[in-house]
Design a binder for this molecule. Structure first.
Ligand SMILES: [Zn+2]
Length: 643
């Protein structure tokens, strides 16, 4: 019977120590005072207890319990068991079996840190023990030992940070070191914005050909499950979860054309969403300023979101407008949430365009009102006033109708160029004029190019290029896109500091980098990327939280740990809690800060000491350990055995 009790308790289950499902086992643990309850690895403890129980002096108790149980007198059995517990505890204590025996039972102990557990509660002092991939114990572990011990005196020990818009699904296949993310304390990312890594077919692969050729990458999967298997084989240091993109399924079925799907095509798109949800997608995403997603009407998005809803997913969106038509765009996102009955996540919330600066308070009020009325809507942000996307995204969307080749052809036509110039000169209710929103060519920075002849312009504004080429800003923009086959990346200075601060202050905003992982060399290294790639989390915690007191450190940690984990239903992540996965970030609250700037973005941040993913130290004071302990995080619709 005793053995049976121990087998059934959580002691049996890997390194999970709590909760103990049996009251007797809990009492027994409490009796074994050193080390504190819950601190032992179960295997050793059960062995130890068995040793004591099997001693001759307890034979009478074992017999009595057995006897009363068989006689149908459970209360009597319980009483004997209770008496025996006390004796066993005393024997264990006297024999000093426990304190000596648990040495080395843990894989890792982090001592003397201040725990900020992700709930938003104030920090407390404690040690943290890790066994395997899980948190085994949190408390006073001075008597315990481990294979590795870290002294975190003066440091914060927090759950690993979660990046709500990670963009690393492709880069992880090209160079998975992820220095940019691990050096910010990021252990998990959510990705798949409008376009997604799956489904793939000839229609989705063809437009990526220049990119795939450049990196010699072969897309050898069609489904999300196929991608996950490939990523698992290659290894990832980050935990990865992804949405299925509404642009992706649209392109897979009807290509890049500006038209509505036929009922049959919509049916095919829904099947693709369903397949992805069963493979573990976290929901449906959209990016409605980009072709071909921009061609999707609200009804189409509702129909696809209903499928995601059926499998417990959410709807995440780069809204149709963050500028002139932001309020109608927000209303559209809310309508999709209501009519498809699923939570809504706004990607990279901002107010874009100088004429509208100062109106973030209206945007957050509208979101708060929707929340108060019962819609589960929230947002993520990157802590910068500039955004980044393709330089070609500065062009009116009709220029891209039919795909990249058509776009490039159009840019050679003088009549079309004249029409583009006219369009670039003002606000449009039906598309985002990024060029205009940034105040023109001086607000648009060339961040990355593919054509070697254009490399000299990386880090320069379009205005700088225009001066050098002695052309108008608009002609420079179009000729640059042409000369680089629409592969140029750009940074757009479109938002205000005050609006950013108002957004970051909301309890329902989290942080998303909107930038993929990279390192400081290798195939995907971009010296002129957006600084958010290297600096977002330290900038948030150092500049906005410590230096500007925008919110408490505990509230800030909650926004980048348990809030995103809860929204995405990431099981046993986002908190420091025994039994949870050991995703841990250890940082110095006094020194944490970003160094990446718009003109010199490839600068690592300071202040992160350790980044630990699923119990493995992956980042240690500026150095990568090379561990790839990340996992695929599949959504609630995952049917592992689905055909
Ligand atoms: Zn976006």
């Amino acid at each position: 019977m005793w053995h049976h009790l121990l087998e059934d308790s959580a002691l049996k289950n890997g390194s999970r120590v709590l909760p103990l499902c049996c009251a007797l086992s809990s009492m027994l643990l409490l009796c074994l005072q050193a080390p504190p309850a819950g601190a032992q690895s179960e295997f050793t403890l059960s062995q130890r207890i068995r040793k004591i129980i099997d001693r001759p002096e307890f034979a009478h108790a074992n017999f009595a319990i057995e006897f009363y149980s068989l006689a149908g007198a459970p209360e009597a059995a319980q009483q004997v068991a209770g008496q025996t517990l006390g004796e066993i505890a005393a024997a264990a204590y006297d024999a000093n079996l426990v304190s000596g025996a648990i040495a080395g039972d843990y894989d890792l102990i982090i001592r003397n840190g201040h725990i900020i557990d992700g709930t938003g509660n104030p920090w407390y002092a404690a040690d943290v023990a890790v066994s395997g991939d899980r948190l085994a114990a949190i408390g006073d572990l001075r008597e315990a030992h481990a294979k590795r011990e870290i002294d975190a005196k003066g440091r914060i020990v927090a759950p690993g940070f979660i990046d709500m818009l990670g963009q690393s699904e492709v880069s992880l296949l090209l160079d998975n070191r992820s220095l940019s993310k691990l050096s910010q304390g990021i252990t998990t990312e959510i990705t798949g914005e409008g376009g997604s890594i799956a489904p793939q077919n000839e229609k989705t692969i063809a437009p990526q050909k220049p990119f795939l050729d450049h990196y010699k990458l072969t897309i050898d999967w069609t489904t999300l499950d196929g991608y996950f298997r490939r990523l698992e084989k290659q290894g990832t240091p980050l935990n990865i979860g992804t949405y299925v993109g509404s642009a992706q399924v649209r392109e897979a079925v009807i290509g890049d054309d500006d038209r509505a799907p036929t009922p049959a095509e919509l049916g095919q798109m829904k099947v693709l969403v369903e397949q992805a949800m069963k493979d573990g997608a976290l929901g449906l995403s959209s990016a409605l300023i980009y072709p071909p997603n921009i061609y999707a009407k609200t009804d189409e998005l509702i129909a696809l979101a209903q499928v995601a809803s059926k499998y417990g997913g959410l709807y995440a969106t780069h809204m149709r407008s963050e500028g002139a038509s932001e309020m109608p765009a927000l209303a559209e996102a809310m309508r999709i949430g209501r009519e498809a009955n699923l939570p809504v996540e706004i990607f990279h919330l901002k107010v874009s365009g100088k004429p509208r600066w100062g109106s973030m308070k209206n945007v957050v009020a509208a979101i708060q009102l929707a929340r108060d009325s019962g819609l589960d809507i929230a947002a993520d942000m990157y802590p910068y006033t500039a955004g980044a996307t393709a330089l070609a995204s500065a062009l009116p969307p009709w220029v891209a109708d039919g795909g990249v080749q058509k776009l490039l052809e159009r840019l050679k036509d003088p009549a079309i160029r004249a029409r583009i110039k006219k369009d670039l000169a003002g606000d449009h209710p039906d598309w985002e004029n990024l060029f205009y929103d940034c105040g023109g060519a001086s607000g648009v920075l060339i961040s990355s190019v593919q054509n070697p002849e254009l490399k000299q312009f990386e880090g320069k504004t379009v205005e700088d290029v225009a001066k050098s080429w002695e052309k108008s800003p608009e002609d420079t923009l179009m000729d640059f896109v042409l000369a680089d086959n629409a592969q140029t990346g750009a940074i757009y200075f479109m938002a205000s500091e005050e609006d950013l601060r108002i957004g970051l202050s909301q309890p329902w905003t989290s942080i998303g980098l909107d930038a993929g992982e990279m390192s400081l060399d290798g195939p995907i290294y971009e010296p002129h990327t957006h600084p958010r790639a290297m600096g977002s989390m330290p900038r948030f915690l150092g500049r906005y939280v410590r230096d500007e007191h925008l919110l408490s450190l505990e509230a800030a940690i909650r926004k980048i740990t348990s809030l995103p984990a809860q929204r995405e239903h990431l099981e046993s992540r986002g908190l420091l809690k025994p039994g949870y996965f050991a995703d841990i970030t250890i940082f110095d609250p006094a020194t944490i800060i970003d160094h990446a700037t718009f003109t010199k973005p490839d600068q690592l941040s300071d202040g992160i000491d350790f980044t630990i993913v699923n119990g493995q130290v992956e980042y240690d004071h500026g150095k990568l350990t090379g561990a790839t302990a990340g996992r695929i995080l599949r959504g609630r619709g995952w049917h592992p055995d689905a055909p």
